[in-house]
Design a protein around this ligand. Structure first.
Ligand code: URA
Length: 244
């Protein structure tokens, strides 16, 4: 029998390409496809379309911030200047999660605006994106004194808000920056060096763990490893693009 041509052949070809992509994602461990189809167009709109997934994400983020209020659920509230909730696009396909605000972030109320933030900006640009295309937040929203690592009580008190933020956005991929973010999302005590060996998942969303930018500033030899993690993120974003 002759192979079909015309529109039939085109459809068969598209279906076989789609099958190949899905098989590839499945063998990479993807259990479920990310929910929602946010087009580049919708993402680029300053005003979200009423009733769209972007508007719902924006509302959910606003509600999460309202629920936090003037949070005093842990002792970190005592010395903070600002709650650093997070910022970026509610339509983000990539969410970065850091540890907690530092001095500059506490002063300004914005995440990753200090030295480590400047390196994160370069990482975002390496992915062909702008800071306003992604969403950036932290495991804890108030600065731990002296930039110490947040303790388990502080993380437990704050992580529900982090989870609500990510659920609101449901990005195509999450990037955990450093051990605190990775361990909070994955509920594990494993080291980043081990967690970055494969794509993990948070509630069905691919999660790539990499080194914290502040760690990379202290250990520049690890930048090539972080680069590999960015390549992995880029690939996941491209694969999600091909599916939708
Ligand atoms: N380090 C973090 O983990 N988060 C910030 O917002 C800034 C520095």
């Amino acid at each position: 029998m002759n192979a079909p041509d015309g529109p039939g052949a085109e459809l068969a070809d598209t279906l076989s390409r789609l099958r190949r992509i899905l098989r590839g994602l499945q063998s990479a461990g993807l259990a479920a496809l990310p929910r929602g189809t946010r087009t580049e167009q919708a993402a680029a709109q300053a005003e979200p379309v009423p009733g769209s997934s972007v508007e719902k994400a924006e509302d959910a983020l606003r509600l999460t911030r309202l629920q936090m209020g003037d949070c005093r659920r842990c002792r970190l509230h005592g010395q903070r200047s600002h709650i650093v909730f997070g910022e970026g696009s509610p339509a983000a396909r990539l969410v970065f999660v850091g540890e907690g605000p530092g001095f500059e972030e506490d002063r300004t109320g914005r995440p990753f605006v200090g030295k480590a933030g400047r390196l994160l900006d370069r990482m975002i640009r390496a992915l062909g994106m702008r800071r306003e295309d992604v969403y950036i937040c932290n495991a804890v929203k108030c600065r731990p004194p002296g930039n110490r690592v947040p303790d388990s009580h502080e993380i437990q008190a704050c992580s529900p808000y982090l989870f609500m933020q990510i659920e609101a956005i449901r990005p195509a991929v999450i990037c955990a920056l450093g051990a605190c973010a990775a361990q909070t999302l994955l509920g594990t005590g494993s080291a980043v060096s081990r967690l970055r060996d494969s794509v993990r998942f948070w509630r069905g969303i691919p999660l790539v763990c990499t080194f914290h930018p502040a760690y990379l500033l202290r250990n520049p030899a690890q930048k090539s490893a972080a680069w590999q993690d960015l390549v992995r993120i880029h690939r996941i974003l491209n694969e999600a693009d091909e599916v939708f």
